[in-house]
Design a protein around this ligand. Sequence first.
Ligand code: NI
Length: 228
Amino acid sequence: MLIQIPDVLSAEQVAAFRDVLERAAWAEGRETAGDQAATVKHNLQVPSDSDVARDLGEGVLHALARSPTYTAAALPLRVLPPMFNRYDPGMTFGAHTDNAIRTVPGSGGMRMRADVSTTIFLTAPEDYDGGELVIEDTYGSHAVKLPAGHMVVYPASSLHRVNPVTRGSRWASFFWAQSMVRDDGKRAMLYDLDVAIRQARAAMGDEAPAVLGLVSHYHNLLRMWAEL
Ligand code: NI
């Protein structure tokens, strides 16, 4: 399931993020990649243990908390601290699948499963060429390049890549969540049901027996499938 969520960050927030990132010390991005991914990864990242990453990461987490669509789509149990990357001309990230297991920084070694990957775009699409996030799913391949402040949520299990940037610089925040529902197909069904429930509530009101039945069914499926 691939979901685009607009306006997760306002234009003012994007400008404030970019202002801080302008002054950040960028490092080679290979440090957070698995063995295979590291061989095809060529970009720059803000070190995850830096003050910049911590402060901006907090800002991203606050924005996520205000996004009911993200919550419904990812059903997050844990979110790894958001990171920040950039692709200057010639930089790229070849086809890879994200690591299944990640260590939570500063947790004394606690590990989490990465089920859901997210990218928040921090550069306006007209300011760079290339740099599309290309995600493969059973319906084919999808090239994603969104306005600054918008975000795409997709399965960490998918094969994906970032096309080479040929002009400008593509900046983004990216992070992983462990979902309460590990299976992407089940998560997608719950998301579709959530969307249908919101439509039914708007059309029929909360008192309608059909709405009550759908809401009950949602919670009972979640009870059946959630792992905490
Ligand atoms: Ni990836």
